[in-house]
Design a binder for this molecule. Structure first.
Ligand code: C5P
Length: 316
């Protein structure tokens, strides 16, 4: 997450993630699944611009506006798509079904602040894609409003609020570029992943609901650990690491969505070091040793008929 003050506004660039490893350890009494996952951020960013909105709290207004001073200011969200126009997801929610608004409301609820905010969200991260764009936007909102509204909440409290809003959000709040995440995904252990990794990412037109994919999955009989993959990445053993990629959500996603099967077949025919689906899908990625190779393979994935294909790398 990159944060920059721009006049009175705060601008945050917040990244997408890929899951290089995801194992299902068990089903919990609360309905969630216990998991172990290795997440890395990649250089594809949504941008959020936060401007404090104190219009209803100004003292030098007409009588009707003064009475409005007793009301909380508003949370205004506007969204636009800045990815390739042909892959526009259509209207992006700007109400409570957007985690950005829910994060702002939760902060007001737990702190009692009456401050308002205008948020301009510029989306580039595909949605319903297993790239956690919504979670990343939500983490950016918790972080930025804590600062803009001068709430002074400690990191630990922000992490608790993140976990309340969703399983992937805490990862982005820690502002680490790689972490093994456990529990529902909200217990974060940052790891050193010094090697730069280059990926070709393909997003089919269809998406998948995270809840639907988890409903379809079964906990592993003999669960695998993320540690061997973490060790390989730390030691710079890229081709060993490529063989240790794993996503236990891929088989259920393939049962639900034939586009994921098509992507696996396309990627299998090309010389990627390794490939798999990210998170609960539907994005699919291939690992490459060099950026040039990733660009060349992206062109081949496109000519194999996949539409939304791009190259992204991990950030140092
Ligand atoms: O936490 P998040 O809102 O991202 O989760 C969406 C849905 O995915 C949950 O409602 C739950 O059904 C499922 N899920 C799960 N186990 C997890 C994370 C998510 O079953 N660890």
């Amino acid at each position: 997450m990159l944060v920059r003050q721009q006049g009175s506004a705060l601008v945050v660039h917040t990244p997408a993630k890929l899951n290089l490893f995801l194992e299902i350890l068990g089903k919990r009494p609360d309905g969630f699944h216990e998991l172990e996952t290795l997440m890395v951020t990649v250089g594809l960013y949504d941008t959020l611009r936060f401007t404090e909105d104190d219009s209803s709290a100004s003292p030098s207004r007409s009588a009707s506006a003064v009475s409005a001073a007793n009301l909380p200011s508003d949370i205004h969200l506007s969204c636009c798509w800045a990815g390739p126009p042909e892959f526009s997801p259509g209207p992006i929610p700007t109400g409570r079904d957007n985690l950005v608004v829910r994060a702002a409301e939760l902060l007001r609820e737990v702190t009692g602040t009456r401050r308002g905010v205008s948020i301009e969200l510029t989306k580039r991260i595909p949605m319903a894609a297993g790239l956690a764009g919504g979670s990343s936007d939500c983490a950016a909102t918790l972080f930025a409003l804590n600062r803009l509204w001068k709430l002074g909440l400690p990191d630990q409290r922000l992490l608790e609020l993140a976990a309340q809003l969703g399983s992937d959000i805490a990862f982005f709040l820690t502002r680490t570029s790689a972490a093994v995440c456990r529990g529902r995904g909200e217990i974060i252990e940052p790891v050193a992943a010094p090697m730069r990794l280059h990926f070709v990412i393909a997003k089919p037109a269809s998406g998948l609901s995270t809840a639907a994919v988890f409903r379809q999955c079964r906990p592993a009989a003999s669960p695998r650990s993320a540690q061997p993959l973490v060790d390989s990445l730390c030691r710079g053993r890229l081709s060993v690491a490529a063989r240790q990629l794993h996503n236990a959500l891929q088989p259920p996603a393939e049962q639900l969505n034939p586009d994921v099967v098509r992507l696996r077949r396309t990627f299998s025919r090309l010389p990627f070091l390794g490939h798999q689906m990210s998170g609960s899908g539907t994005s699919y990625f291939g690992l490459c040793s060099q950026l040039d190779q990733a660009r060349a393979l992206a062109a081949q994935v496109r000519s194999a008929g996949c539409d939304d294909v791009f190259v992204a790398s991990t950030q140092p």
